[in-house]
Ligand binder design. Structure first.
Ligand SMILES: Cc1cc2nc3c(=O)[nH]c(=O)nc-3n(C[C@H](O)[C@H](O)[C@H](O)COP(=O)(O)OP(=O)(O)OC[C@H]3O[C@@H](n4cnc5c(N)ncnc54)[C@H](O)[C@@H]3O)c2cc1C
Length: 400
């Protein structure tokens, strides 16, 4: 099943492909294909220098804030082509999460100060929502902000803050007032990650990377003007942001890329004297996943096009999150199956990024596959745990 593109959209896709052929550096492509998180410098080089120069750094944003003004389908084509070509993933926390919150809820000063630095990649953002004891039950958060003149003084601890060690800025949920309703009295505030009192400690992950962190906030002084929207109103912004996060969590571009990667591996791996791709059992597994990816892609496109009022958007976002995250796990499991014993290839980042040795025992497609599989055990947890998403679907879509 293929998308039928209009001549204009086909021309657009060709333009994107030509740009990627010309501008995407070969060493970035090679590192992206390892399945590890892209190194920070690749990420900045691609977004900061290359895409922003072309005006394509924030495809989904409204044109007035530096977005491309493309249709939903063009955004989709752009992201898919970038992924298939081996570009680093669209910058998540800045471009997908806080950027839209800032241009929707932020003050004119906040928009002017922060949006350009997201676009040109000078500032990366950390998402400081979860805490020990406040993950699924986010409203139980305890980090507290107290007014002191023109500032807040903030104390507390955040947990699982992805890429916190690299980020210049963070958007944090903090309690600014006590209330009888736990969702009331929470504010979203911007914290400069270099502020005195901010300590970031990396958490070693099962895949050998240290991509998430604990963040300790001890008497951190933050201007009151850093609150986004009205004090105490963060629940609205957080729901808006989490809905975007869950829609993106379908990760359809990665799923498409993984299908291609599995096909590539199965073309080169030999079973019973034939390419694995010709093995009937393997081929039927791959085909079943391709059908699931096609179905998810259509659902993502439908949700992108539909007015939020037609269906409760957060129920749709949760459905995409559940389907997409399960699919990501199945895809990496099949990739490991395709590699067989070769999946034992050491998966540490620095070795995965080393120049290929040409050793036929460990072809170029081996590094990073197990790292990806292990990391993605978490994808049914981050952005909202599976069981909680199912509760949301039951409540909002079916009224239970
Ligand atoms: C790799 C990774 C990256 C992350 N990045 C970030 C980040 O950048 N910023 C950030 O703020 N957070 C981040 N998170 C945190 C993530 O959002 C939370 O882990 C998630 O919301 C679950 O919360 P928890 O870990 O506290 O688990 P809990 O909420 O304690 O849940 C534990 C288990 O109980 C189940 N459960 C909980 N409540 C219910 C319920 N009502 N009904 C049924 N079952 C329930 C859950 O499904 C889960 O299986 C990240 C997490 C991971 C693993």
């Amino acid at each position: 099943m293929e998308l039928q593109l209009t001549p204009e959209d086909q021309a657009f896709r060709e333009e994107v492909r030509a740009f990627l052929r010309e501008k995407l550096p070969a060493n970035i492509i090679r590192r992206s294909h390892t399945g590890m998180h892209p190194p920070n410098e690749d990420d900045r080089r691609w977004w900061n220098r290359v895409l922003n120069e072309r005006g394509w750094a924030a495809p989904g944003w409204p044109a007035e804030y530096g977005g491309c003004g493309w249709s939903h389908l063009q955004n989709h084509i752009f992201e898919l082509e970038c992924w298939l070509a081996g570009a680093p993933e669209l910058r998540w926390q800045g471009l997908r999460l806080i950027g839209p919150v800032l241009y929707t809820f932020g003050s004119p000063e906040q928009k002017a100060r922060y949006l350009p630095a997201i676009l040109d990649g000078k500032e990366m953002w950390a998402q400081g929502f979860s805490e020990p004891g406040a993950g699924s039950d986010l409203a139980a958060l305890k980090t507290f902000a107290v007014v002191d003149g023109d500032d807040y003084i903030i104390n507390g601890q955040k947990l699982w803050t992805t890429e916190g060690q690299y980020c210049e800025q963070g958007f944090f949920l903090v309690r600014t007032e006590q209330s009888d309703r736990p969702q009331k009295g929470i504010s979203m505030i911007i914290i400069d990650m270099q502020s005195p009192g901010v300590t970031v400690r990396q958490i070693p992950m099962i895949n050998g990377e240290g991509s998430t962190c604990e963040v300790f906030l001890e008497n951190v002084r933050v201007p009151r003007s850093n609150i986004i929207g009205e004090p105490g109103s963060a629940w609205t912004q957080a729901k808006f942001l989490l809905s975007n996060e869950r829609t993106s969590s379908a990760d359809i571009y990665k799923a498409r890329g993984d299908l291609e990667r599995i096909r590539h591996i199965a073309t080169h791996e030999i079973k019973d004297g034939k390419p694995l791709l010709e093995d009937v059992t393997f081929k039927s597994k791959l085909t079943a996943l391709r059908i699931e990816v096609d179905a998810l892609e259509w659902s993502v496109l439908r949700v992108m096009h539909e007015a939020p009022s037609r269906h409760p958007i957060s129920a749709c976002a949760s459905v995409l999150k559940v389907r997409g995250s399960t699919l990501q796990q199945k895809l990496t499991e099949l990739m490991v199956e395709a590699l067989g014993q070769r999946s034992l290839r050491v998966y540490r980042r620095e070795e995965a990024y080393a120049e290929p040795t040409g050793n036929p025992l460990w072809p170029d497609y081996t590094p990073g596959v197990v790292a990806d599989l292990l990391y993605l055990r978490a994808c049914t947890i981050y952005g909202g745990a599976m069981e909680v998403q199912k509760n949301i679907i039951a409540k909002l879509a079916f009224g239970f």
